[in-house]
Design a protein. Structure first.
Length: 301
């Protein structure tokens, strides 16, 4: 197969591992900088150019689109889809996962466990929103935040109100969620590939840190997950329409609750924690599934 990876930094662990795995299995994988692609949106002749050359002959595309370039990255990916190239994750599914509010609504629609989550536009409704979420302590997060950035823990109703009003004053959209105290600063990331959980790790936040992101000094170990947690992860991936994703869950007193579904999960933490070769399993999935014009949406979403 000839595979194109959309990624701005070819030196990242995940990108190097995917390239190594593809080449070890006899494939060609080229990494193109998403922002340097440009498109000819011609009727019935969609084209993508990179460094002056037309990108042609690809069997599959692996989108590793950074959160800061979601809009342009999705446009490039839709163009690949319209050209009949098979995407590891489709543009529509990535769009769902990148919109925290929409993803929560889709997960709730399908009956998955979620933390109590509230959302409002009018700052005058702040007290009602806090009350709906169950009162402090509360987690307040920016809809556009990633890797733990833009996530605040408010210990009292008064501090929660101050944080909400500050964010709303800055004209940014936020979610207010209940704080799952029994999770004790740790979460579970389950890696789903092709509808199956292939690896899981438990991440623990640094001392005094309620966020468990590895980028913020957290640690990770391999973990055995329950049948209910496994089912929750696969159902969350299906609700988003993602072939490959990381599903972040907390262990609550009422069972697993989904915090986020990541459409471009990093491989370093989970491969090192579990010893599982995830990159090769992703390439194997493409070998089985990549067929011309097999995209469900063909860039229409």
């Amino acid at each position: 197969m000839k595979i194109c990876m959309m990624a701005r930094n070819p030196g990242l662990y995940s990108h190097k591992r995917l390239k190594e795995a593809a080449e070890a299995r006899g494939h060609t994988l080229n990494i193109v900088n998403t922002l340097r692609c440009y498109m000819n949106i011609a009727s019935r002749r969609p084209e993508i150019y990179y460094n002056g050359e037309k990108l042609t002959g690809y069997d599959a595309v692996i989108p590793r689109i950074g959160a800061s370039v979601t809009f342009y990255g999705m446009a490039v990916l839709r163009q690949f889809e319209m050209m009949g190239v098979y995407p590891l994750n489709e543009s529509v599914a990535i769009g769902r996962s990148r919109d925290k509010l929409r993803s929560m609504q889709l997960l709730a629609r399908d009956g998955l466990g979620l933390p109590v989550t509230t959302f409002a536009h009018d700052p005058s409704q702040t007290e009602e929103v806090i009350k709906l979420a169950g009162g402090a302590p509360l987690v307040i997060k920016l809809l556009e935040g990633t890797q733990g950035v833009g996530v605040v823990l408010a210990d009292t109703d008064r501090s929660a109100k101050s944080v909400v009003e500050a964010f709303r004053g800055a004209k940014v959209n936020i979610l207010v969620q209940e704080f799952i105290k029994e999770a004790n600063g740790s979460d579970i990331r389950a890696l789903v590939v092709g509808g199956k959980v292939i690896a899981a790790m438990q991440r623990k936040g640094a001392e005094g840190e309620f966020r468990s992101n590895l980028h913020r000094g957290g640690s990770a170990v391999s973990v055995k997950i329950s049948a209910q947690e496994r089912q929750t992860a696969t159902r969350a991936a299906k609700a988003m329409g993602l072939n490959v994703c990381g599903v972040d869950m907390l262990r609550s007193a009422r069972g697993p609750v989904v915090m986020e579904v990541n459409s471009s999960p990093g491989l370093e933490g989970v491969e090192k924690a579990t010893g599982i070769d995830i990159a090769s399993q992703i390439i194997e999935f493409l070998e089985k599934r990549a067929k011309p014009n097999k995209t469900n949406t063909k860039g229409k979403g």
